[in-house]
Design a binder for this molecule. Structure first.
Ligand SMILES: Cc1cc2nc3c(=O)[nH]c(=O)nc-3n(C[C@H](O)[C@H](O)[C@H](O)COP(=O)(O)OP(=O)(O)OC[C@H]3O[C@@H](n4cnc5c(N)ncnc54)[C@H](O)[C@@H]3O)c2cc1C
Length: 306
């Protein structure tokens, strides 16, 4: 069922970065390419992004995330890349061996080049120092987005968003469209974290306030969230805000645990691309970076392709 045990290129992650790397490498002549994706579908985070705002640079057209993924997949499918979905990579070795588990069992393959295109993960409440209990109703914004857009589950109806990252702004609008009351987005910094266009389209257009320099001190509630306590750091005054749901949008962390766990630095046949390299605002740049890396691998000159 695995066609080979040694590949020219093994790509871990089937989001836009992984798809673009395979496309670039195939165009530059690499033949034996394996792409491993833990989910059943290719497309990565784009599959849960049903809002507009993707592709203006790459396709010169404004698409939703799902439309962008569908369009790019048509190009990718011409590459002849061997694709294994439902395949979770859990180990790398310095000898460029890749071990993954899938419904058929565990397999180890090796490659001349290994590309980590594993995206990023969200910072959680536990990574911040916010006091309180651990009631239900606390989610990262990206998880809430997956629940609403993919599984059709609305996580709550009375919402506060903590942090002004793009996913939080987009989810403030999404929850409003689902009939929830979004009371506010609270940001500890004195400036917005996300894109200004998202503040206008997701908060201002829906009358959702953004409170800057507002620090969340405590989450209250026993079984379910009942509210938060926050401080306006400009005035020093503290307030309670009742709600049943708290969404955190407080940053993204490149997902490189596979390399770190094996003590491997990028270089010597290991490469990192897309959000696993650094967090990109726009998918267009992720695609371009992936294609460039792929071409350079095909040309045997990592990072030197035009
Ligand atoms: C909510 C949100 C809104 C956005 N809005 C916009 C927008 O409006 N316009 C825009 O241009 N960009 C937007 N972006 C940014 C853009 O979508 C991302 O920068 C881009 O999708 C990142 O691509 P990636 O391939 O690096 O990561 P991802 O899309 O996250 O793909 C990584 C893939 O790797 C897989 N993976 C991870 N670990 C493993 C493993 N161990 N084994 C196997 N597979 C693994 C994951 O399942 C996933 O499919 C948005 C992003 C988010 C999260």
């Amino acid at each position: 069922m695995i066609k080979n045990d040694h590949y020219d290129l093994i790509i871990i992650g089937g989001g836009p970065a992984g798809l673009a790397t395979a496309t670039g490498a195939s165009g530059a002549g690499l033949k034996k390419i394996l792409l491993l994706e833990r989910h059943q579908r290719l497309g990565g985070i784009l599959n849960q992004c049903i809002h507009l705002g993707f592709g203006l640079r790459y396709y010169k057209e404004e698409l939703t995330g799902t439309e962008y993924a569908a369009r790019y997949l048509k190009t990718f499918r011409q590459t002849g890349t061997e694709v294994r979905t439902g395949s979770f990579v859990h180990r790398l070795t310095p000898q460029k061996e890749v071990t993954f588990v899938c419904p058929e069992g565990e397999f180890t393959v090796s490659g001349e080049n290994i590309v980590l295109a594993t995206g990023c993960r969200e910072r959680t409440r536990e990574m911040l120092t916010i006091a309180g209990t651990r009631p239900s109703g606390i989610f990262t914004a990206g998880l809430a987005q997956e629940m609403v857009n993919i599984h059709g589950i609305v996580p709550g109806m009375s919402v506060v968003v903590i942090g002004s990252g793009d996913i939080g702004l987009i989810m403030a609008r999404r929850m409003t469209l689902e009939g929830a009351k979004v009371h506010a987005v609270l940001e500890i910094l004195d400036h917005l974290s996300g894109l200004i266009r998202n503040k206008i389209q997701c908060l201002d257009d829906f009358g959702i306030p953004l409170y800057l320099q507002h620090e969340t001190l405590e989450i209250m509630g026993k079984n379910r969230v009942e509210g938060i306590r926050y401080r306006d750091n400009a005035t020093g005054k503290e307030h309670d805000l009742p709600c049943d749901t708290v969404l955190f949008s407080v940053g993204l962390i490149p997902e490189r645990d596979l390399l770190i766990g094996a003590g491997i630095e990028p270089g010597n046949g290991f490469h990192v691309v897309g959000n696993a390299d650094y967090v990109h605002d726009l998918v267009d740049w992720v695609t371009k970076d992936g294609e460039k890396l792929g071409r350079s691998l095909g040309n045997g000159l990592p990072g030197k392709a035009k």
